[in-house]
Ligand binder design. Structure first.
Ligand SMILES: Nc1ncnc2c1ncn2[C@@H]1O[C@H](COP(=O)(O)OP(=O)(O)O)[C@@H](O)[C@H]1O
Ligand SMILES: C=C(OP(=O)(O)O)C(=O)O
Ligand SMILES: [K+]
Ligand SMILES: [Mg+2]
Length: 455
């Protein structure tokens, strides 16, 4: 397993689900993403079972389709600038019009709205709306394909955060033990709470939520949405359709800063290595884009189309790991001193370990203290012993955290010792190393110890 402090997540799709590709690809990632916008339960199950067969310690993120609207079943329609195109409420079309399977599209659009499709390459203007039909003028040339997102620039659809399809996907995610669920097109903290409530209702309250910041409402309510979530995603695919491209760098930076201020891990997604869908080597611009995200201190990076349908899925994850590994040691974030004791102790431990050059070894039952340590981006290796596979897979997506399973131990001091012994046996901790050993929990444990050992 190739490690780096910045964590790597890859979307599994037609290009990467074949077992020989999958077996190689997951050597280079910390997590995989199953995109519920495409495919069906059988395909999703097969992918997760195959991943778990090769590595059962890998984090699995299930990405909900959510309140976005996509074209229905249709053969590709190629249009040229100036063409008039009809959109109609229907599940499918034989070619004469674009089928839109959701009536709220026709309720929300108004004359002169700009419709954006194909990841932003295609734009149309609304000319006429009557009932469940609309006539649009093409502002660019391009091809309209099936199951592709239809974005009304600057507008979120006022439809429920979960529809029946999403509820089924959530049930599947819980049944197969996914660790994170991506909440697509989230608009507010209420949306996050609604998904949490649904997870509680179906017995999946351990599942953590990734708020996908990808639309105008989420950007407007950024602080609330970020602080209500467990993990944050800068979802540049839809962001780049709602906003002008030149706004993306500013929005990305503010989402990352807001996440770090609220102590939430954050990932950047989409088009990180877009050219590698066709080419085996990235562009200079893509390498610099990845470096910028790493230097801004993101916890993880997500590949979407590159590994879902690209021609070079393995090379894509290798390049991502290589570039992230090159710069992650130089990340600089402002280490705000937080209010509560747990965070202040975590900051003290990171500074002490860095001052004396000690590796940090933590035994953690719930993972809470590790999250606090990770947010300060420690410059020394940080190992965590945990008793629960779920906690391990959850922590694997945090910056710099290297989790190991140490069996079901209740006593903290014993847990610390067992973690250290395992790390010595595996060679992660070597003779002569300075180690800062702690179990960290203060709120539910009345004593608190730090031990410095010379191995
Ligand atoms: N599991 C899949 N099955 C078929 N096509 C897929 C799958 N995953 C992704 N794709 C294709 O790759 C494109 C980019 O992947 P991704 O960004 O994950 O999807 P989207 O942006 O549509 O949610 C998708 O628009 C779709 O055309
Ligand atoms: C990751 C994203 O969401 P999806 O691919 O599910 O639309 C995105 O929009 O960047
Ligand atoms: K999705
Ligand atoms: Mg999106």
């Amino acid at each position: 397993m190739i490690v780096s402090r910045v964590k790597i997540v890859a979307t599994i799709g037609p290009a990467s689900e074949k077992t020989d590709v999958l077996r190689e690809l997951i050597k280079y990632v910390d997590g995989v993403r199953i995109n519920f916008s495409h495919g069906n339960t059988e395909e999703w199950r097969t992918r997760v079972m195959n991943v778990r067969e090769f590595r059962n310690d890998i984090t699995v993120l299930g990405d909900l389709r959510g309140p976005g609207i996509r074209t229905g079943g249709m053969k590709p329609i190629t249009i040229s600038t100036g063409d008039s195109v009809e959109f109609r409420l229907d599940d499918k079309s034989d070619g004469g019009f674009v089928p839109v399977p959701n009536s709220s599209f026709f309720r929300v659009i108004t004359i002169d709205d700009i419709i954006v499709m194909n990841d932003g390459r295609l734009r149309l203007r609304v000319e006429k709306v009557s009932g469940n039909r609309a006539v649009l003028t093409a502002l660019t040339s391009g091809t309209i394909m099936q199951e592709k997102a239809i974005v009304i620039k600057g507008k979120d659809y006022p439809i429920p955060i979960l529809d029946d399809y999403d509820r089924e996907a959530l049930k599947f995610a819980v049944s197969i033990g996914m660790d994170y669920v991506g909440v697509s097109h989230v608009r507010s903290s209420d949306d996050i709470e609604e998904v949490r409530a649904e997870l509680r209702r179906i017995g999946g309250d351990w599942v953590r939520l990734v708020a996908k910041i990808e639309g105008p409402d989420a950007v407007r309510n950024m602080k609330d949405v970020v602080c209500a979530s467990d993990y944050v995603m800068v979802a540049r695919g839809d962001l780049g359709m709602h906003f002008d491209l030149e706004e993306i760098p500013r929005i990305q930076s503010s989402i990352i800063k807001e996440s770090q201020k609220c102590g939430k891990p954050v990932m950047v997604a989409t088009q990180l290595l877009e050219s590698m869908i066709e080419q085996p080597v990235p562009t200079r611009a893509e390498v610099v884009d990845i470096t910028n995200a790493v230097m801004e201190g993101v916890d993880s990076l997500l590949l979407t189309g590159e590994t879902a349908v690209g021609k070079y899925p393995i090379e894509a994850v290798q390049w991502l790991r290589r570039v992230a590994g090159e710069y992650e040691g130089e990340v600089r974030i402002d280490r705000e001193v937080m209010a509560n004791l747990t965070d202040r102790l975590a900051l003290g431990i990171v500074q002490l370990a860095e001052d004396i050059g000690a590796k940090i070894v933590i035994y953690s039952r719930g993972g809470r203290f590790v999250e606090a340590i990770s947010r300060y981006r420690p410059k020394v290796p940080t190992y965590v012993g945990v008793s629960d596979e779920r906690i391990l897979r959850r922590l694997r997506l945090y910056w710099g955290v290297e989790p190991i399973i140490i069996g079901d131990i209740k006593d903290y001091d014993e847990g610390e010792r067992e973690t250290l012994n395992q790390l010595i046996r595996s060679g992660s901790i070597a003779k002569g190393d300075l180690v800062l050993l702690t179990h960290g929990v203060i709120d539910t444990y009345n004593d608190y110890s730090i031990r410095i050992l010379r191995i």
